[in-house]
Design a binder for this molecule. Structure first.
Ligand code: GLV
Ligand code: GLV
Length: 370
């Protein structure tokens, strides 16, 4: 049990199970009570009041202003998400405030969602259900009113072969897909070997008819050869990395894709130039897109992605990929984002691992403490 009563402000309700873990340890909690994100001014006020820890979501901009307000008191930020582009890492490092994320526990949920989104798009599940609901089904017919495209046996390009990209690859093996990988941070030969072994086993035992392959390729090859392109990169803006991902998908890269290809994005919205994508869909440079994330969230009412003309080939979801019950709310840090988030906070505030931030498994900005 901690000797000091830690004060924590949570910008969102991450569930009682997780909060009770903190309460049992004597923490004093304040939870922003309503579903919308709190205004920045309120976060500044809470941090300025001397809290020890902050629980954040991807909706909260955490930057120098916040760290300055918490100077001398704010000891830890626990982010409830795997992505942390809302947290200014350089600012956190300058103020020496460690922050954690909730990687791993949402990997499979996000990967399966990406795959299901791809399936929804390619097999036209959404317009198909509308036929039934709107009583416009008509007849069973060989090709009317529309057909989709089969996923099995096709080529998928995975942009980003980190945890989530790899989990999508695992699922694609089961659909007899050829896999092209693009990764700015370098190739993962162990992954390639393991996947090839699986593919050979499946082919050798007659479970799949054709031999399939996996390899790393250039971005250009990934875009021009994939029947499906699935994005799994972090959002890195200009100046944050030597290989920024902001608007990685733009007019030029969209024109590189096949007119029959589908694009799926479950990473971060600003990786795609949405204006260019809306045009690509309207002018049929590509066959379709399924999006879970947007440049502005929620998606503004006047977004060109809402154009009714492209509705049949543009699936839009509400940043929902990790939204599975256990994934979001389990208090077990090996299963749920809530559990991992509070464990990260406990590690940082209670100085677990001998107080060595570089040894804490969920701390992201370890470099600030070396
Ligand atoms: C969700 O988008 C996350 O980063 O966890
Ligand atoms: C479709 O329902 C079929 O029997 O081919």
């Amino acid at each position: 049990m901690p000797e000091k009563k830690f004060c924590v402000f949570a910008t969102a309700d991450i569930g009682d199970a997780a909060f009770n873990r903190l309460r049992e340890r004597g923490y004093q909690l304040e939870i922003y009570p309503t579903p919308e994100p709190p205004p920045k001014s309120l976060i500044l006020e809470k941090v300025g009041s001397g809290i020890d820890g902050l629980i954040t979501t991807l909706r909260d901009k955490i930057d120098a202003e916040v760290f300055e307000a918490g100077k001398g008191s704010l000891k830890a930020v626990a982010q409830y998400a795997v992505g942390f582009d809302n947290i200014n890492r350089a600012d956190a490092n300058r103020y020496k405030v460690p922050f954690t994320n909730t990687a791993d526990v949402l990997t499979e949920a996000t990967a399966e969602f990406a795959f299901f989104a791809l399936a929804d798009l390619a097999r036209r599940l959404w317009p198909a259900e509308h036929l039934v609901r709107e009583n416009t089904w008509g007849y069973w017919h060989p090709y009317l009113p529309f057909l989709g495209d089969e996923v099995t046996g096709k080529t998928i390009s995975i942009l980003g072969t980190g945890r989530i990209g790899q989990a999508v690859i695992k699922k694609c093996i089961g659909f007899d897909m050829n896999i092209l990988c693009y990764e700015a941070m370098g190739t993962n030969e162990k992954l390639i070997r393991a996947v090839r072994q699986q593919m050979e086993l499946r082919y050798g035992s007659g479970m799949q008819r054709e031999r399939t392959s996996i390899k790393y390729v250039t971005m250009e090859e990934a875009l021009s050869q994939g029947d499906f392109i699935s994005i799994h990169v972090p959002l890195l803006r200009e100046g944050e990395s030597e290989t920024p991902t902001y608007h990685l998908i733009n007019e030029q890269t969209l024109r590189t894709m096949k007119p029959t290809a589908y694009l799926v994005n479950t990473s971060r919205g600003p990786v795609i130039d949405e204006k260019a994508l809306a045009r690509a869909l309207k002018e049929k440079w590509i066959a379709g897109a399924a999006l879970d994330v947007y440049e502005t969230e929620p998606l503004p009412p006047d977004s060109p992605l809402r154009d009714p003309e492209i509705e049949d080939r543009c699936r839009l979801y509400p940043h929902f990929a990790s939204a599975a019950r256990i994934t979001r709310l389990s208090v077990d840090p090996n299963l749920g984002m809530a559990g991992r988030c509070v464990q990260g906070l406990i590690d940082m505030l209670e100085q677990n691992y001998g107080g060595d931030m570089t040894k804490m498994p969920y701390v992201v900005n370890k470099e600030a403490f070396r």
